[in-house]
Design a binder for this molecule. Structure first.
Ligand SMILES: *Cc1c(COP(=O)(O)O)cnc(C)c1O
Length: 347
Protein backbone atom coordinates (compact mmCIF):
# COMPACT_ATOMS: atom_id res chain seq x y z
CA UNK A 1 0.00 0.00 0.00
CA UNK A 2 1.35 3.42 -0.89
CA UNK A 3 2.09 6.02 1.77
CA UNK A 4 -0.98 8.16 2.58
CA UNK A 5 -0.62 11.95 2.59
CA UNK A 6 -1.25 13.93 5.77
CA UNK A 7 -4.97 14.69 6.25
CA UNK A 8 -4.02 18.38 5.90
CA UNK A 9 -3.41 17.60 2.22
CA UNK A 10 -7.22 17.42 1.75
CA UNK A 11 -8.02 20.73 3.47
CA UNK A 12 -9.18 23.85 1.61
CA UNK A 13 -6.28 26.32 1.36
CA UNK A 14 -8.31 29.19 2.89
CA UNK A 15 -8.99 27.03 5.96
CA UNK A 16 -5.32 26.10 6.31
CA UNK A 17 -4.49 29.81 6.26
CA UNK A 18 -7.31 30.78 8.63
CA UNK A 19 -6.47 32.76 11.75
CA UNK A 20 -9.22 31.79 14.20
CA UNK A 21 -11.14 34.51 16.03
CA UNK A 22 -9.46 35.09 19.35
CA UNK A 23 -11.95 35.45 22.18
CA UNK A 24 -11.40 37.41 25.37
CA UNK A 25 -11.20 34.07 27.14
CA UNK A 26 -8.43 32.88 24.79
CA UNK A 27 -6.20 35.73 25.80
CA UNK A 28 -6.62 34.97 29.49
CA UNK A 29 -4.17 32.14 30.20
CA UNK A 30 -4.52 31.56 33.92
CA UNK A 31 -3.73 33.35 37.11
CA UNK A 32 -5.86 34.07 40.11
CA UNK A 33 -8.50 36.32 38.56
CA UNK A 34 -11.38 37.52 40.70
CA UNK A 35 -12.47 40.55 38.67
CA UNK A 36 -13.47 39.85 35.07
CA UNK A 37 -13.45 43.04 32.99
CA UNK A 38 -12.25 41.54 29.70
CA UNK A 39 -15.36 40.46 27.80
CA UNK A 40 -17.97 43.22 28.17
CA UNK A 41 -20.24 40.80 30.02
CA UNK A 42 -22.76 41.82 32.63
CA UNK A 43 -21.08 41.71 36.05
CA UNK A 44 -24.30 40.59 37.77
CA UNK A 45 -24.18 36.88 38.52
CA UNK A 46 -27.36 35.17 37.37
CA UNK A 47 -25.75 31.84 36.51
CA UNK A 48 -25.33 32.57 32.79
CA UNK A 49 -23.81 36.05 32.66
CA UNK A 50 -20.33 34.76 31.74
CA UNK A 51 -19.28 33.42 28.33
CA UNK A 52 -18.75 29.67 28.31
CA UNK A 53 -15.34 28.04 27.78
CA UNK A 54 -14.89 28.26 23.98
CA UNK A 55 -12.57 25.22 24.09
CA UNK A 56 -14.87 23.11 26.30
CA UNK A 57 -11.76 21.84 28.08
CA UNK A 58 -13.47 20.13 31.00
CA UNK A 59 -16.05 18.47 28.78
CA UNK A 60 -13.46 17.25 26.29
CA UNK A 61 -11.30 15.81 29.09
CA UNK A 62 -14.32 13.94 30.43
CA UNK A 63 -15.37 12.61 27.01
CA UNK A 64 -11.78 11.67 26.13
CA UNK A 65 -11.48 9.66 29.35
CA UNK A 66 -14.81 7.98 28.69
CA UNK A 67 -13.80 7.01 25.15
CA UNK A 68 -10.14 6.20 25.78
CA UNK A 69 -8.75 8.86 23.44
CA UNK A 70 -6.70 12.01 24.02
CA UNK A 71 -8.66 15.27 24.52
CA UNK A 72 -6.88 16.69 21.44
CA UNK A 73 -8.80 14.15 19.32
CA UNK A 74 -12.23 15.36 20.49
CA UNK A 75 -14.54 17.93 18.90
CA UNK A 76 -17.90 18.80 20.45
CA UNK A 77 -20.57 20.46 18.37
CA UNK A 78 -24.14 21.69 18.48
CA UNK A 79 -25.38 18.21 17.58
CA UNK A 80 -23.73 16.00 14.98
CA UNK A 81 -25.20 18.36 12.43
CA UNK A 82 -22.54 20.94 13.26
CA UNK A 83 -19.75 18.42 12.69
CA UNK A 84 -21.34 17.31 9.40
CA UNK A 85 -21.50 20.89 8.13
CA UNK A 86 -17.97 21.65 9.33
CA UNK A 87 -16.56 18.63 7.50
CA UNK A 88 -17.89 20.03 4.21
CA UNK A 89 -16.67 23.53 5.02
CA UNK A 90 -13.18 22.36 5.97
CA UNK A 91 -12.51 19.92 3.15
CA UNK A 92 -14.67 20.80 0.15
CA UNK A 93 -14.16 23.81 -2.12
CA UNK A 94 -17.71 24.93 -3.01
CA UNK A 95 -18.63 24.41 -6.64
CA UNK A 96 -15.55 22.31 -7.27
CA UNK A 97 -14.99 19.42 -4.86
CA UNK A 98 -17.38 16.53 -4.36
CA UNK A 99 -18.22 13.88 -1.77
CA UNK A 100 -19.38 10.27 -1.95
CA UNK A 101 -22.02 8.74 0.34
CA UNK A 102 -24.00 5.56 0.71
CA UNK A 103 -27.74 5.67 -0.02
CA UNK A 104 -30.20 5.33 1.55
CA UNK A 105 -28.68 7.00 4.59
CA UNK A 106 -29.00 9.97 6.92
CA UNK A 107 -30.52 12.98 5.15
CA UNK A 108 -28.21 15.61 6.65
CA UNK A 109 -25.22 14.63 4.48
CA UNK A 110 -27.16 15.68 1.39
CA UNK A 111 -28.51 18.88 2.96
CA UNK A 112 -25.10 19.98 4.26
CA UNK A 113 -23.53 19.15 0.87
CA UNK A 114 -26.16 21.25 -0.92
CA UNK A 115 -25.77 24.18 1.48
CA UNK A 116 -22.04 24.14 0.79
CA UNK A 117 -22.51 23.74 -2.98
CA UNK A 118 -20.76 20.37 -2.96
CA UNK A 119 -21.97 17.60 -5.28
CA UNK A 120 -22.85 14.47 -3.31
CA UNK A 121 -22.40 11.27 -5.29
CA UNK A 122 -24.76 8.73 -3.80
CA UNK A 123 -23.93 5.06 -4.15
CA UNK A 124 -26.79 2.66 -3.54
CA UNK A 125 -26.24 -0.02 -0.90
CA UNK A 126 -25.70 -3.55 -2.20
CA UNK A 127 -28.61 -6.04 -2.01
CA UNK A 128 -29.52 -6.72 1.62
CA UNK A 129 -28.21 -3.22 2.43
CA UNK A 130 -24.60 -4.40 2.22
CA UNK A 131 -21.68 -1.98 1.97
CA UNK A 132 -20.81 -1.33 -1.72
CA UNK A 133 -17.12 -0.78 -0.96
CA UNK A 134 -15.80 -1.11 -4.52
CA UNK A 135 -18.57 1.06 -5.97
CA UNK A 136 -17.86 3.76 -3.37
CA UNK A 137 -14.19 3.83 -4.32
CA UNK A 138 -15.08 3.79 -8.02
CA UNK A 139 -17.42 6.79 -7.54
CA UNK A 140 -14.53 8.89 -6.19
CA UNK A 141 -12.29 10.98 -8.44
CA UNK A 142 -9.48 13.52 -8.01
CA UNK A 143 -11.95 16.11 -6.63
CA UNK A 144 -13.51 13.81 -4.01
CA UNK A 145 -12.59 14.98 -0.52
CA UNK A 146 -15.10 13.18 1.73
CA UNK A 147 -16.74 9.77 1.89
CA UNK A 148 -19.78 9.36 4.17
CA UNK A 149 -20.72 6.04 5.76
CA UNK A 150 -23.25 5.66 8.55
CA UNK A 151 -22.83 2.53 10.69
CA UNK A 152 -25.22 1.35 12.08
CA UNK A 153 -26.94 2.96 9.12
CA UNK A 154 -30.04 5.12 9.37
CA UNK A 155 -32.65 4.20 8.14
CA UNK A 156 -31.68 0.58 7.36
CA UNK A 157 -30.45 -0.23 10.90
CA UNK A 158 -27.54 -2.50 9.99
CA UNK A 159 -23.89 -1.97 10.98
CA UNK A 160 -21.05 -2.66 8.56
CA UNK A 161 -17.99 -4.82 9.23
CA UNK A 162 -15.39 -2.59 10.98
CA UNK A 163 -12.58 -4.42 9.16
CA UNK A 164 -14.13 -3.48 5.79
CA UNK A 165 -14.57 0.13 6.91
CA UNK A 166 -10.94 0.23 7.95
CA UNK A 167 -9.91 -1.12 4.59
CA UNK A 168 -11.94 1.66 2.95
CA UNK A 169 -10.08 4.22 5.05
CA UNK A 170 -6.79 2.71 3.91
CA UNK A 171 -7.74 2.73 0.23
CA UNK A 172 -9.67 6.01 -0.05
CA UNK A 173 -7.64 9.05 -1.09
CA UNK A 174 -9.64 11.54 1.02
CA UNK A 175 -11.33 11.78 4.42
CA UNK A 176 -13.61 8.90 5.43
CA UNK A 177 -16.37 10.00 7.82
CA UNK A 178 -18.09 7.20 9.70
CA UNK A 179 -21.23 8.31 11.53
CA UNK A 180 -21.58 6.11 14.62
CA UNK A 181 -24.68 7.80 16.09
CA UNK A 182 -26.12 4.36 17.00
CA UNK A 183 -22.87 2.63 17.96
CA UNK A 184 -23.93 2.21 21.61
CA UNK A 185 -26.63 -0.23 20.50
CA UNK A 186 -24.35 -2.26 18.25
CA UNK A 187 -22.34 -5.34 19.15
CA UNK A 188 -19.94 -4.64 16.29
CA UNK A 189 -18.15 -1.92 18.22
CA UNK A 190 -16.70 1.44 17.30
CA UNK A 191 -13.91 2.30 14.87
CA UNK A 192 -12.28 4.47 17.57
CA UNK A 193 -9.27 2.12 17.90
CA UNK A 194 -8.65 2.52 14.15
CA UNK A 195 -8.15 6.30 14.46
CA UNK A 196 -4.49 5.76 15.39
CA UNK A 197 -3.88 3.85 12.19
CA UNK A 198 -5.90 6.09 9.83
CA UNK A 199 -5.42 9.86 10.13
CA UNK A 200 -7.94 10.28 7.27
CA UNK A 201 -10.73 8.88 9.46
CA UNK A 202 -13.34 11.05 11.21
CA UNK A 203 -15.84 9.39 13.57
CA UNK A 204 -19.11 11.03 14.54
CA UNK A 205 -21.00 10.08 17.69
CA UNK A 206 -23.74 11.87 19.60
CA UNK A 207 -25.33 12.18 23.01
CA UNK A 208 -28.75 12.34 21.32
CA UNK A 209 -29.54 8.62 21.19
CA UNK A 210 -28.31 6.12 23.81
CA UNK A 211 -27.21 8.90 26.18
CA UNK A 212 -30.70 10.41 26.19
CA UNK A 213 -29.67 14.05 25.68
CA UNK A 214 -31.20 14.94 22.29
CA UNK A 215 -32.64 18.11 23.82
CA UNK A 216 -29.22 19.38 24.90
CA UNK A 217 -27.69 19.17 21.39
CA UNK A 218 -24.27 17.68 21.82
CA UNK A 219 -22.54 15.91 18.95
CA UNK A 220 -19.07 14.42 19.11
CA UNK A 221 -16.37 14.01 16.51
CA UNK A 222 -13.15 12.06 16.95
CA UNK A 223 -10.21 12.52 14.63
CA UNK A 224 -6.45 12.87 14.48
CA UNK A 225 -5.45 15.92 16.59
CA UNK A 226 -4.50 17.96 13.51
CA UNK A 227 -7.99 17.33 12.09
CA UNK A 228 -9.83 18.01 15.36
CA UNK A 229 -7.89 21.29 15.56
CA UNK A 230 -9.33 22.33 12.17
CA UNK A 231 -12.86 21.74 13.46
CA UNK A 232 -12.07 23.90 16.52
CA UNK A 233 -10.65 26.63 14.30
CA UNK A 234 -13.67 26.87 12.00
CA UNK A 235 -16.52 26.47 14.52
CA UNK A 236 -18.31 29.42 16.11
CA UNK A 237 -16.21 30.35 19.16
CA UNK A 238 -18.96 29.67 21.72
CA UNK A 239 -20.76 26.84 19.93
CA UNK A 240 -21.71 24.99 23.13
CA UNK A 241 -23.54 27.14 25.66
CA UNK A 242 -22.73 27.14 29.36
CA UNK A 243 -25.88 25.33 30.63
CA UNK A 244 -25.32 22.55 28.06
CA UNK A 245 -21.67 22.12 29.05
CA UNK A 246 -22.62 21.92 32.73
CA UNK A 247 -25.65 19.69 32.22
CA UNK A 248 -23.75 17.26 30.00
CA UNK A 249 -20.96 17.01 32.60
CA UNK A 250 -23.54 16.15 35.22
CA UNK A 251 -25.39 13.63 33.06
CA UNK A 252 -22.29 11.81 31.83
CA UNK A 253 -22.05 10.51 35.41
CA UNK A 254 -25.43 8.83 35.05
CA UNK A 255 -25.02 5.22 33.91
CA UNK A 256 -27.22 4.61 30.86
CA UNK A 257 -26.06 1.00 30.44
CA UNK A 258 -29.27 -0.39 32.02
CA UNK A 259 -31.39 1.61 29.55
CA UNK A 260 -29.28 0.47 26.60
CA UNK A 261 -29.55 -3.12 27.85
CA UNK A 262 -33.34 -2.83 28.09
CA UNK A 263 -33.57 -1.42 24.55
CA UNK A 264 -31.42 -4.28 23.27
CA UNK A 265 -33.63 -6.81 25.10
CA UNK A 266 -36.72 -5.17 23.60
CA UNK A 267 -35.05 -5.28 20.20
CA UNK A 268 -34.56 -9.03 20.57
CA UNK A 269 -38.19 -9.48 21.64
CA UNK A 270 -39.54 -7.32 18.80
CA UNK A 271 -37.41 -9.09 16.20
CA UNK A 272 -39.22 -12.26 17.26
CA UNK A 273 -42.80 -10.95 17.30
CA UNK A 274 -42.86 -8.35 14.50
CA UNK A 275 -42.37 -10.78 11.58
CA UNK A 276 -45.55 -12.69 12.39
CA UNK A 277 -47.85 -9.68 12.52
CA UNK A 278 -50.51 -8.96 9.88
CA UNK A 279 -49.27 -6.68 7.09
CA UNK A 280 -45.61 -6.95 8.12
CA UNK A 281 -43.76 -8.34 5.11
CA UNK A 282 -40.16 -8.03 6.23
CA UNK A 283 -38.26 -7.01 9.34
CA UNK A 284 -34.72 -5.93 8.46
CA UNK A 285 -31.96 -6.98 10.87
CA UNK A 286 -30.90 -4.06 13.05
CA UNK A 287 -27.92 -3.07 15.18
CA UNK A 288 -29.61 0.19 16.23
CA UNK A 289 -32.52 1.33 18.43
CA UNK A 290 -35.00 1.16 15.57
CA UNK A 291 -36.42 -1.27 13.04
CA UNK A 292 -36.98 -0.81 9.34
CA UNK A 293 -40.14 -2.76 8.45
CA UNK A 294 -41.49 -3.43 4.98
CA UNK A 295 -45.25 -3.52 5.23
CA UNK A 296 -48.12 -4.21 2.84
CA UNK A 297 -49.35 -0.60 2.72
CA UNK A 298 -46.99 1.85 4.40
CA UNK A 299 -49.11 5.00 3.93
CA UNK A 300 -52.26 3.31 5.25
CA UNK A 301 -50.52 1.78 8.26
CA UNK A 302 -48.75 5.04 9.04
CA UNK A 303 -52.05 6.94 8.96
CA UNK A 304 -53.82 4.33 11.08
CA UNK A 305 -51.10 4.40 13.74
CA UNK A 306 -51.18 8.20 13.85
CA UNK A 307 -54.94 7.98 14.33
CA UNK A 308 -54.27 5.72 17.31
CA UNK A 309 -51.74 8.12 18.82
CA UNK A 310 -48.55 6.36 17.72
CA UNK A 311 -46.15 8.03 15.33
CA UNK A 312 -43.48 6.20 13.36
CA UNK A 313 -41.38 7.43 10.42
CA UNK A 314 -42.73 6.79 6.95
CA UNK A 315 -39.68 6.05 4.80
CA UNK A 316 -41.65 4.52 1.94
CA UNK A 317 -40.72 7.31 -0.50
CA UNK A 318 -36.97 6.94 0.11
CA UNK A 319 -35.38 5.09 -2.84
CA UNK A 320 -34.33 1.67 -1.56
CA UNK A 321 -36.90 1.75 1.28
CA UNK A 322 -40.10 1.34 -0.76
CA UNK A 323 -42.96 0.17 1.43
CA UNK A 324 -40.98 0.77 4.63
CA UNK A 325 -41.68 2.34 8.00
CA UNK A 326 -38.93 3.10 10.50
CA UNK A 327 -39.96 2.37 14.06
CA UNK A 328 -37.97 3.48 17.11
CA UNK A 329 -37.77 1.04 20.03
CA UNK A 330 -39.56 2.64 22.98
CA UNK A 331 -40.20 1.53 26.54
CA UNK A 332 -41.50 -2.04 27.02
CA UNK A 333 -44.99 -0.61 27.52
CA UNK A 334 -44.80 1.48 24.34
CA UNK A 335 -43.52 -1.48 22.34
CA UNK A 336 -46.34 -3.73 23.65
CA UNK A 337 -48.84 -1.07 22.60
CA UNK A 338 -47.35 -0.93 19.10
CA UNK A 339 -47.50 -4.71 18.80
CA UNK A 340 -51.12 -4.77 20.00
CA UNK A 341 -52.08 -2.16 17.41
CA UNK A 342 -50.33 -4.12 14.66
CA UNK A 343 -52.04 -7.36 15.77
CA UNK A 344 -55.52 -5.89 15.40
CA UNK A 345 -55.87 -4.11 12.06
CA UNK A 346 -59.46 -3.19 12.97
CA UNK A 347 -59.41 -0.64 15.82
C1 LIG B 1 -29.82 10.92 15.12
C2 LIG B 1 -28.62 10.92 14.24
C3 LIG B 1 -27.55 11.77 14.49
C4 LIG B 1 -27.57 12.69 15.67
O1 LIG B 1 -27.71 13.99 15.34
P1 LIG B 1 -27.59 15.08 16.50
O2 LIG B 1 -27.49 16.33 15.69
O3 LIG B 1 -26.32 14.78 17.25
O4 LIG B 1 -28.80 14.99 17.34
C5 LIG B 1 -26.44 11.71 13.69
N1 LIG B 1 -26.38 10.84 12.67
C6 LIG B 1 -27.37 10.00 12.40
C7 LIG B 1 -27.25 9.03 11.32
C8 LIG B 1 -28.54 10.03 13.17
O5 LIG B 1 -29.55 9.19 12.88
Amino acid sequence: MQQKPSPLHYVRPNILRLEPYSTARDEYTGGNISVWLDANESPYNNGVNRYPDPHQRELKRRIAALKGVVPESVFVGNGSDEAIDLAFRIFCEPGRDNAVAIAPSYGMYKVAAAVNDVALREVRLAPGYGLPAEALLAAADAQTRLMWICSPNNPTGNAFDPAVLEELAARFDGMLVVDEAYVDFSDRGSLLPALQRHPNLILLQTLSKAWGMAGLRLGLAFAAPEVAELFARVKYPYNINAPTQAEVMRRLDVDVAPQVAEIKAQRAWLSGVLPGLPGVEHVFPTDANFFLLRVADADALYARLVGQGVIVRNRSRVPGCEGCLRVTIGTPEENRRLVELLKHPQP
